[in-house]
Write a new protein. Structure first.
Length: 108
């Protein structure tokens, strides 16, 4: 079941980070029980949205100074982006930016 308030908060947070430079997340649906995220991303210069599914995510905040997130089972509607995600995102550990860590802890 998707959590609308949390989904809205994360979408707004990501869009603040993107600052319109690359595009905008138009739709983000978070299922915190299944740890799944579905989103639609409108990239600047693209006529169609990019559909992205993060089949599972893990947030590790054992180090409160530097929480991290790991993304699994990523599916992207653009083949070249899928390959990029397979090579550089799938299963990798990413630091959560300090300005986002408080929000991430609250919503995920």
């Amino acid at each position: 079941m998707f959590d609308k308030p949390k989904s809205t908060a994360i979408r707004k947070g990501i869009n603040m980070m993107l600052n319109g430079r690359y595009g905008e997340v138009q739709v983000l649906e978070l299922d915190s029980k299944l740890q799944r995220i579905d989103l639609k991303l409108q990239l600047n210069g693209e006529s169609e949205v990019v559909d992205i599914v993060i089949g599972q995510y893990e947030v590790n905040d054992q180090d409160p100074e530097q929480p991290v997130i790991i993304l699994h089972n990523i599916e992207i509607s653009r083949p070249w982006m899928q390959e990029l995600a397979n090579d550089h995102v799938e299963g990798k550990i990413f630091d959560i930016p300090p300005k986002m860590s408080g929000m991430i802890k609250l919503v995920l």
